[in-house]
Design a protein around this ligand. Structure first.
Ligand code: NAP
Length: 303
């Protein structure tokens, strides 16, 4: 099936292109990017030009930052194409609701992806937690923004979500594995004095769950979550890839390379079945953190 990739930057190059090439199902037929390209693939700089010139391309996968995403997604959906969205699926909840309505009207697939949900140990953690009562939980998601988002000023602009760009990955896992729904009860957001999005955040949620997100960690990242339950202690480490039960290794694999092939396989299924998959629960927690959060000003940040 022919596919166009839009926004050839870090994640398109690191993950999407290898996943598409290795699939045996997808044919990367065009790219849309002002500066980026993929060797041997026809490139456009404007999505409208690609949509007009290539009616044979039925699927569009968007790897843009969240703010420019809506315009591209709505153009592709209105042109009758199936659309796959990088996380977070938009800059606001209301724009994603609108995309869902357009996709329904057009009878096409909309897939809001959450790559971290495809990490090796997430399904096993969900199975283990089913039927458990959570006493408390702690999420620690700390990474070096200069390593993972080098020079990406959009991430600190309004709508870029700041530290919630990685933090929403943790929340996408949390909302997948918990046996009961969770909601936000409070937050503190640290905004650098020269930026419009937080560099760190601390969240309190129901079921005794708290989260600590920080972009200022140097050295290796920490992408961990731990839960004390009535049946014992569960930890997910390495971004959902390694599982521990009561301190003992219980499955998974220390690699993130399986996540994007799984997303593209799921997109193929959704298109085949004429279905959509848009779960906004991780983004609701982020929106609620901006609504409920106390804003603190911290030292300026430059890349
Ligand atoms: P990126 O490299 O900064 O951006 C991707 C491309 O989008 C850029 O190269 C740029 O290409 C295009 N673009 C169009 N309008 C833009 C605008 N207004 N501002 C900036 N770029 C614009 O970002 P990325 O790291 O690939 O992230 C893109 C999305 O993937 C984000 O939603 C992010 O959360 C998600 N993601 C990122 C990672 C990661 O490790 N970085 C991991 C998983 C998911 P042209 O200039 O050529 O048009």
């Amino acid at each position: 099936m022919k596919l166009a990739l839009v926004g050839i930057g870090k994640i398109a190059t690191d993950q999407h292109v290898p996943a598409i090439h290795s699939s045996g199902f997808w044919d990367l037929s065009a790219t849309v990017s002002r500066h980026g390209s993929v060797d041997g693939v026809e490139g456009y700089t404007r999505i409208e030009d690609m949509l007009a010139a290539r009616p044979d391309i039925s699927v569009v996968s968007l790897c843009l930052p969240p703010v420019p995403r809506f315009a591209a997604a709505s153009a592709a959906l209105r042109a009758g194409r199936h659309v796959m969205l990088e996380k977070p699926p938009g800059a606001s909840l209301s724009e994603v609701h609108e995309l869902q309505a357009i996709a329904r009207d057009q009878g096409v697939t909309l897939f809001a992806t959450w790559h971290s949900r495809e990490a090796h140990a997430v399904a096993a953690a969900r199975r283990w937690l089913a039927g458990s009562r959570i006493a408390r939980g702690q999420i620690t998601w700390r990474e070096d923004v200069r390593k993972w988002h080098p020079g990406q000023d959009w991430i600190f602009e309004a709508g870029g979500m700041g530290v919630f760009d990685p933090g929403i990955n943790a929340l996408s896992i949390l909302t997948r594995i918990l046996p009961q729904p969770v909601h936000l009860t409070g937050a503190e957001l640290d905004f650098p004095a020269n930026r419009d999005a937080p560099i760190a955040a601390r969240l309190s949620m129901t079921q005794g769950i708290s989260a600590d997100f920080d972009f200022r960690q140097e050295g290796p990242q920490t992408w961990d979550m731990e839960f004390q339950t009535d049946r014992g202690h569960l930890a997910l480490r390495m971004g959902g890839n390694l599982l521990e039960i009561d301190g003992q290794p219980a499955g998974g694999a220390d690699s993130i390379m399986g996540e994007y092939p799984a997303l593209y396989a799921r997109m193929a299924e959704l298109v085949r079945d004429g279905a959509s998959d848009v779960d906004l629960s991780p983004m609701v927690l982020v929106a609620d953190a901006f609504t409920l959060g106390r804003r603190l000003t911290v030292e300026t940040f430059d890349f």
